[in-house]
Each structure stands twice: as structure tokens, then as C-alpha cells.
Write a protein that binds this ligand. Structure first.
Ligand code: HEC
Length: 180
């Protein structure tokens, strides 16, 4: 009985502590106050395993090396991703520098993910980060084009990125939305 009361008291105290923590405002929500190592480990592990668990390995996908698909993906990337994720020769914009978690350079990290995982991330977005879901505004075909380009990013030089930029000067995401 003594132990039972002890256990119940601990649980009640934990619940009270939990609500004090939530209502008091003691947690610093500032994006400049970075997570401690424990929280960071927890969030990164949850994120990585969630992406691996939810991405569909067997999803039907187009041939990603197709040049016209890569070019179409580039136009979307320039419109919607480069300001946060940068590209060879292009830094992320100032607003993206202030995001926490900070958007990584996809030219560095895209190779860590399979195309199916990249597709899942781009379609669904990542909760409680600045990473938007593009599923509500883009068809699967468009998202695959973006992935085709994203997979190519780590191999691109500054000059090749610039060349693609020049070749597609008059095309933009809006035009694509209406023609596809
Ligand atoms: C407003 C800023 C913003 C825009 C725009 C944006 N992202 Fe992100 N993205 C983020 C942030 C922030 C993260 C990191 C989230 C985290 O650490 O959990 C991220 C993470 C990712 C990741 C996972 C990378 C990794 O290894 O952690 C991929 C892939 C990605 N974004 C793809 C895209 C693509 C493709 C586009 C354009 C269609 C895009 N993002 C547009 C902010 C953005």
C-alpha cells in the first residue's frame, strides 16, 4: 500500500509538473535558442525513422535520369526550393538563414536519401519545421520532376546550374502549373 501511494504521488507530481511547464511559458520558443543534445538526438532519430517508415519503396516512378524531366524539375526547384536550400553557386536567402532547424544544402544531403524518400519528404513536408508540403499544390508528376533534379544536384557544378538557369529563363513554375 505504501509503495502504491508513493507511485501514485510521483505520477500526480509529474502530471502537475507537465502542466506547469506548458502553461508557465518557461520553455523558450525562440528560434535562436537551440535544442540541447538530448532533444536534438530525439528529433533527428524520430525524423529519420519516420521518413524511412512512411516512404513507399515500391511506388511507381519515372526514369529520373531523363533530361527533359530534370529540366522541368529545375524550373520548379528555382521557383520553390532554392531560396531555402541553395544550389551550387547560390546561397540560401536571408530569411532561410534564420530558420531553425536550418534547411540543409540539398547539393550535399540529397545523396543520403533514396528517390522514394525524397519524394515522400517533398510531398508531405516536415511537421514543426519550415519544410512545406508540396503535395497540396503539385501533382505527383511535378514532384517526381523535382526529385529528378534534386538527385542530380550533388553532381552539378556552378556553371552547369547557371547554364540550366539561362536555358529556362522564360519558364517558371506558374507557367508549368497551367500547361501540365
Ligand atoms: C521555407 C523554407 C523551405 C522551402 C521553400 C523548402 N524547404 Fe525543404 N526543408 C526546409 C527545412 C527547414 C528542412 C529541415 C527540416 C528538419 O531539419 O527536420 C528541410 C528539409 C528538406 C529535406 C530533407 C533534407 C535532410 O537531409 O534533412 C528535403 C529532401 C527537402 N527539404 C526538399 C525540398 C524541396 C525539393 C523543396 C522545393 C520543392 C523544398 N525542400 C523547399 C525548408 C524548406
Amino acid at each position: 500500500m505504501k509503495y502504491f501511494i508513493g507511485a501514485i504521488s510521483v505520477i500526480v507530481l509529474l502530471i502537475i509538473g507537465y502542466f506547469i511547464f506548458i502553461y508557465s511559458g518557461m520553455y523558450n520558443i525562440s528560434a535562436m535558442d537551440h535544442h540541447n543534445k538530448m532533444t536534438l538526438w530525439m528529433m533527428n532519430t524520430v525524423r529519420e525513422n519516420s521518413i524511412k517508415h512512411n516512404a513507399d519503396d515500391k511506388i511507381k516512378m519515372p526514369v529520373l535520369s531523363d533530361d527533359s524531366l530534370v529540366k522541368m524539375g529545375f524550373v520548379h526547384y528555382r521557383e520553390m526550393c532554392v531560396s531555402c536550400h541553395g544550389a551550387p553557386g547560390i546561397k540560401q536567402s536571408e530569411f532561410a538563414e534564420g530558420l531553425y532547424p536550418n534547411p540543409p544544402m540539398l547539393s550535399k544531403v540529397a545523396k543520403d536519401w533514396t528517390p522514394q524518400q525524397l519524394f515522400w519528404i517533398t510531398k508531405n513536408g516536415l511537421k514543426m519545421t519550415g519544410m512545406p508540403a508540396f503535395g497540396p499544390t503539385h501533382t505527383d508528376d511535378m514532384i517526381w520532376a523535382i526529385i529528378a533534379f534534386t538527385k542530380k544536384l550533388p553532381t552539378l557544378t556552378k556553371e552547369q546550374y547557371q547554364a540550366l538557369d539561362n536555358e529556362t529563363k522564360d519558364e517558371n513554375d506558374e507557367v508549368d502549373e497551367h500547361t501540365h
